[in-house]
Every structure is written in structure tokens, then in C-alpha cells.
Design a protein around this ligand. Structure first.
Ligand code: CP
Length: 316
């Protein structure tokens, strides 16, 4: 069965349909309705890199839908330290589970796992490559705020070079006709091959180092952390660390409905003063990971989300 490795695995209609399922599943994610659509199914969580949100929201999504989860746990206490290959690990977990969520430091690892597996693989981040389940919750959050995905002006800011969230999201936003502003230090510009690919698909892209000058007419500002762990040279990291620090005082002349997003974790790129503003959406965004992943788990496991969840589910 096919998994979700990049956003190319979903058509625009499929994206919109999964987001509609996610909307219907909100009361289940909030713990107000019991709807065991995935009873008897097992998710394998294979995280070879640290994660809080992706791993926990997959687990929450599965459990809220009555399913079960098995975890590789800390890689240091698994047989990976004995030299077991990714191929062999996947052969095992493929037999133990119905679907696998995986994060790996190596770009392309999720596709490699999918080629080796019988069950669907959900790519929870492969190095600096892709993070499509994050993109689905990002799109859900944008649609929740603006009622549409189409024609919005979106700033993607920070570490565009190594940031897999912005790689996947920029592809999806281009397909919905959004205007993109890439704000980053020179060293962390969006990779040329991604810019060229987006441009060949008709993207309207502006690149700048001046984040603040672009804020005024943006509908979405998507901040990212500068990913220290992906720099080969610490001196290079030092040159760009702290490049952008958004403060509440920067938001006075922005659009009423502009939202600030961040895949989290943040370091210092969004000051806590922003948290209390009407623009802050990053904690809601993290919660939306549960509904988006519920909808994806159902879709990839071939389980239909009922139109009226209240008619089927039990109130809690
Ligand atoms: N957004 C995100 O991928 O967060 P984690 O690294 O905590 O999973």
C-alpha cells in the first residue's frame, strides 16, 4: 500500500478531502467523542531522530481512534546500536504493524523504507528533505484561519536551506496559487533546485533577507528554527544564529487576520511577547497535528471517516 513520502503523493483534491476529514475529527481529537475507527490497527513509531510533536501527535491520533502504537523508543536502546540496518529494521516492523510513522536523519530514508515495506510509511521527516504530515497540519491551520488555501501571501522565514517543513510546504502552497516570500540569511536560502522546481510550476517567489519589511501585507508568516544540528561547521552556524527575532512590537502594522506559524520547537526566533497577540497560531498548529494525522492514518489504512461523526461516535 502506498504511503506519504512527499506532497507529490497527494493530489490537490486528496489534500482538500483529507483536510475535510480532519475537520470532522476535531471533537475526537479534543477527547469529546469516542470514535474507534482504527480499533485493531497498530501504528509503528520509528523515530531515529528526536521529536516531541510528530511522535506524540501520531501516538495521540492513533489512540484517540481506538488503535494501538508500538515504539522503537530510544535508538540507543534498540538493536540499531548492534549494527542492524534500516532495511532489516523495516522488515521486522512491517510484520508487527499495519502502518509506520518514521523520522530519520538521512534524506531519502523514508522512500527507501517504503520500497522495503509492505505497509504504508508516513514520512515524519527525512533529514533536510520532506515533512509532508507537517505540511498537512500546516495547511489545516492556514485553512482554519483564512477559510481557503488559495491566493494567500505567505512568508517562509529562517532556515530555508535545511528546513524540511518549508521544503514540503512551499510545494503545496505553490499548487494552491499562493504568493511566496522567502526570507532568510544568504547562507540559508532555499536550495536552488527547489526554487527552480517551484518556478517551473508557476510559483510567484520573492527572496529577501529583510523579514520585517515584508510583514505588512502577509497573510501568513511561517517562522522556522535555524537548525544547528544540520551544520557541518559550527562557525557557519554562529554567523546566522539569531538572524530573525520576531517581537510583538514588530506586528503593529500587519493585517488583522495575519497568522504567525512555526513548526516548533522555537529557540529565539519568536519572542514570548508574540504568544499573547491575536496573530500567534503555533500552539494551535501543534494541536492540529493530531487531527491532520488522524485523517491521514484513516486515509492510508483505507478507513472512511463518517460524514456525521456524532451519529456514529459515543459522547465522552
Ligand atoms: N514540528 C515538528 O516536527 O516537531 P518535532 O520535531 O517535535 O516532531
Amino acid at each position: 500500500m502506498a504511503g506519504l513520502i512527499t506532497m507529490d503523493d497527494l493530489s490537490n483534491d486528496e489534500i482538500l478531502s483529507i483536510l475535510e476529514d480532519a475537520e470532522r475529527l476535531l471533537p475526537v481529537a479534543e477527547g469529546k467523542l469516542y470514535l474507534p475507527l482504527l480499533q485493531g490497527k497498530i501504528l509503528g513509531n520509528l523515530f531515529f531522530e528526536p521529536s516531541t510533536r510528530t511522535r506524540m501527535s501520531f501516538e495521540t491520533a492513533m489512540k484517540r481512534l481506538g488503535g494501538d502504537v508500538v515504539n522503537l523508543g530510544d535508538v540507543k536502546t534498540s538493536s540499531v546500536v548492534k549494527g542492524e540496518t534500516l532495511f532489516d529494521t523495516i522488515q521486522m516492523v512491517d510484520g508487527y504493524t499495519d502502518i509506520i510513522a518514521m523520522r530519520h536523519p538521512r534524506q531519502g530514508a523514508a522512500q527507501y523504507a517504503q520500497d522495503a515495506a509492505r505497509v504504508p510509511i508516513l514520512n515524519g521527516g527525512d533529514g533536510a528533505g520532506h515533512h509532508p504530515t507537517q505540511t498537512m497540519l500546516d495547511l489545516f491551520t492556514i485553512k482554519q484561519a483564512h477559510g481557503t488555501l488559495e491566493g494567500l501571501k505567505v512568508i517562509l522565514a529562517g532556515d530555508l536551506r535545511y528546513g524540511r517543513t518549508v521544503h514540503s510546504l512551499s510545494h503545496a502552497l505553490t499548487r494552491f496559487g499562493c504568493e511566496l516570500i522567502f526570507a532568510s540569511p544568504e547562507l540559508l536560502r532555499m536550495p536552488r533546485e527547489i526554487v527552480e522546481d517551484l518556478s517551473s510550476h508557476g510559483a510567484n517567489i520573492t527572496e529577501t533577507e529583510d523579514l520585517l519589511a515584508s510583514l505588512g501585507d502577509a497573510d501568513v508568516v511561517y517562522m522556522t528554527r535555524i537548525q544547528k544540528e544540520r551544520f557541518a561547521d559550527e562557525d557557519e552556524y554562529t554567523k546566522v544564529a539569531g538572524a530573525y527575532k520576531l517581537h510583538a512590537s514588530n506586528l503593529e502594522d500587519t493585517k488583522e487576520k495575519m497568522i504567525i506559524m512555526h513548526p516548533l520547537p522555537r529557540v529565539d526566533e519568536i519572542h514570548p511577547s508574540v504568544d499573547k497577540t491575536r496573530h500567534a497560531r503555533y500552539f494551535q498548529q501543534a494541536f492540529n497535528g493530531v487531527v491532520a494525522r488522524m485523517a491521514l492514518l484513516c486515509r492510508l489504512l483505507g478507513v472512511t471517516v463518517p460524514k456525521d461523526v456524532h451519529a456514529i461516535g459515543g459522547e465522552l
